[in-house]
Design a protein around this ligand. Structure first.
Ligand code: SF4
Length: 352
């Protein structure tokens, strides 16, 4: 019989965040008891690094003219998705900088339909394409998309405004509304935050956990903040070292697992950037999803969100044997040919 989900107040969450190894051990037990030992695989396809926005922390912000911009062709996207299908991933994630126009909306809908058709519905599709209108979200959901990941980055309005330009394009309220629209559209909804932002406090992180719980999310992707040298935020004095951000991120993952035992939590690449075993470390304490990058090689080099982002060989170069070996050696079951929907989502649907 499944255990009851413990309800933590803010003091309890702060205690978990200050709990270090004790919190990690607790999270490991909760994870194994509620969602088990299986790691689900999502093949990440980075469609384009063009973006209309200028977030102060992001290497592909539109004002960064030092990177070369690309957009994958439909054929490149579909062949990456076919790679995921043939390798038994069960899932793909389509990610890109933000764009708003009808032609783009239609193109994404067409690509989702093509993926669903060739895989006979066996590939589940997650989108990470930023803020859109309710109608756009609905169109993509109707086309077959299953999940949507939109990170709030921080639930503190004050901190959000410090890491984004002050204009309508980067409004905190719009981000909240987009998350609300996603919930109403019927997706499995995910969000996430950056950990170790300049001036961020433990209180902020506790509020982030409460925000995710109150939003009743199904999945989360969060990791340490890592500077990108061509961004304004990299020039601000950092309050934590990378090693401290790494540790804080692991404890944050653990805390979220304790507070929301049945959601899916991704072991993010940002952890791996700081420490080569970062993703495995996160999987061993609370995460249960991994997102190998299967974008073509040209995209891998140019989708530069932060410094030293690891570059896998991509769809043409493989790398799966090493990944699966590593997961097996660390004692994980690999959820091949499975969608791996979050238990939280399944329970949510049952109780509707
Ligand atoms: S964080 Fe997202 S929305 Fe902001 S600049 Fe980067 S890609 Fe664009």
């Amino acid at each position: 019989m499944q255990e009851e989900i413990k309800k933590y107040d803010k003091d309890g969450i702060i205690a978990l965040l200050n709990g270090g190894e004790t919190t990690k051990l607790k999270a490991r037990e909760i994870k194994n008891s509620f969602v088990g030992n299986t790691v689900y695989i999502r093949g990440l396809i980075e469609l384009s690094n063009k973006c209309i926005k200028n977030c102060f922390y992001c290497g592909i912000r539109s004002l960064n003219n030092k990177i070369s911009r690309y957009t994958l062709t439909d054929n490149q996207i579909i062949s990456s998705a076919r790679y995921a299908y043939e390798k038994g991933y069960g899932n793909v994630v389509l990610q890109a900088g933000e764009r708003w126009n009808e032609q783009y909306t239609d193109r994404i809908a067409r690509i989702i339909e093509q993926i669903k058709t060739f895989s006979k519905g066996e590939l589940s599709v997650t989108l990470s394409l930023g803020e859109q209108t309710y109608d756009v979200y609905k169109k993509w959901h109707d086309a077959g998309a299953d999940r949507y990941l939109l990170r709030i980055e921080t639930s503190s309005k004050e901190l959000y405004q410090r890491i984004h330009p002050k204009n309508e394009l980067h409004s905190f309220e719009n981000r909240l509304k987009a998350l609300d629209d996603l919930k109403n559209t019927g997706y499995q909804v995910g969000t996430g935050v950056m950990i170790g932002l300049p001036t961020q406090t433990i209180e902020n992180l506790a509020d982030d956990i409460i925000f995710m719980r109150d939003l009743d999310i199904d999945m989360c992707g969060m990791g340490p903040y890592i500077e990108h040298s061509q961004t304004p935020l990299a020039k601000v004095t950092q309050t934590m070292t990378l090693a401290e951000r790494y540790e804080q991120a692991l404890v944050m993952v653990s805390t979220l697992r304790c507070v929301m035992p049945t959601i899916n939590i991704a072991a993010t690449t940002a952890l791996q950037t700081i420490k080569p075993t970062g993703r495995e470390d996160a999987l061993s304490i609370g995460a249960n999803v991994i997102m190998p990058n299967i974008s073509p090689a040209n995209a891998l080099r140019s989708y530069s969100l932060y410094n030293n982002k690891p570059i896998r060989e991509g769809a043409t170069g493989g790398g799966d044997e090493e990944l699966f070996d590593m997961l097996s050696q660390r004692g994980f079951d690999i959820g091949l040919m499975q969608h791996g929907d979050s238990l939280h989502y399944r329970n949510r649907m049952k109780n509707r």
